[in-house]
Design a protein around this ligand. Structure first.
Ligand code: SF4
Length: 310
């Protein structure tokens, strides 16, 4: 039974599945491709060492293999996906590192190639707000006319102190300017945030959501902070043992955040999906479906839904 306008299940928030089914009238499989980009926050252009939580793969654990061509990556993952869902359409997802960090000509050759693959109806490009040149923006506008384009920007938090601690190396002003530029070109924007960043309290996380609710964004990915082996965050955690949110604390914060979000904003992700072999904390994150179910149960218990407190 539907309990919420933008959901086709028992979920009380705007699910991605609902959004895609209405838009494409088909199951959508996301295919994560790795085009081998770098990141200006790793190579020294805007910062060194990267964001402190960033893993060696640049947050692209589950994507295609870099040594394979894009077409091979696509076909290999498609084969696996097709076993689960026949007749699905595909969205090519460029997740690892900064996927607009190259000359526009190179970007064009990559993204135009992907558009020629079977049944690709959209492209999601994850990037940094300081890595979209005017030239690139013009190309993205063109690309947006050919396919369903979504740009994913990592904000993580609006708290300046935390942004310095996590070595994000771009400002909130830079982020906001880019969201506005993309929206002016009518390009869909998804924003990533992280709950449980070191020394943030509930108010910080709620403030990030309140800020985003007032921006013209189309979707959000809510992550729980994962402490991954061999990252600067692991070192910081071992040294300072800052508080890691319990599952109950996380669920409570996520529900309060959802209550403050416009119902039209699509919830692309509501928990983390770390590689269990590399995860130090929190171990409760491994049971992803448990977290998702507990969020649903708690929302039903409170008889609440996305946007309830607006
Ligand atoms: S911007 Fe992304 S790829 Fe670059 S360091 Fe931060 S998390 Fe890693």
């Amino acid at each position: 039974m539907n309990t919420f306008k933008y959901s086709n299940t028992n979920k009380r928030y705007h699910t991605l599945d609902y959004f895609y089914k209405n838009k494409f009238h088909s199951k959508i499989s996301k295919i994560s491709l790795n085009a081998g980009f770098s990141c200006p926050n790793i190579d020294g252009t805007v910062g060194y060492g990267g964001c402190i939580y960033c893993s060696k793969s640049g947050s692209g654990e589950f994507g295609g293999k870099i040594e394979d061509s894009l077409e091979e990556q696509f076909n290999n993952i498609k084969k696996v996906m097709d076993k689960k869902w026949k007749d699905a359409k595909y969205i090519a997802y460029f997740q690892a590192r900064t996927n607009t960090y190259a000359k526009t000509e190179k970007l064009k050759s990559i993204y135009e190639k992907v558009l020629t693959f079977d049944n690709v109806v959209g492209i999601n490009i994850a990037t940094r707000p300081d890595s979209i040149s005017d030239d690139c923006l013009e190309y993205l506008e063109e690309l947006n006319k050919k396919t369903f384009l979504t740009i994913e920007l990592g904000l993580q938090t609006i708290n300046k102190k935390t942004s310095i601690l996590i070595n994000r190396c771009h400002t909130l002003e830079c982020f906001e300017k880019m969201v506005k530029k993309l929206r002016k070109k009518n390009i869909n924007v998804i924003v990533h945030i992280i709950n449980g960043l070191p020394y943030e309290n509930k108010e910080d996380m709620i403030n990030t959501i309140k800020y985003l609710n007032n921006l013209d964004i189309q979707g959000i990915k809510i992550h729980m902070l994962s402490i991954i082996k061999d990252t600067p965050l692991e070192k910081l955690y071992k040294k300072e043992k800052f508080h890691i949110l319990t599952k109950e604390e996380y669920i409570n914060i996520v529900i309060e955040q959802l209550e403050l979000l416009r119902p039209e904003i699509v919830i692309h992700r509501i928990t983390g999906d770390p590689d269990p072999n590399k995860l130090i904390e929190p171990t409760w994150l491994i049971k992803k479906f448990c977290v998702l179910n507990d969020i649903d149960k708690e929302m039903a218990k409170r008889n609440t839904y996305q946007g309830a407190k607006l």
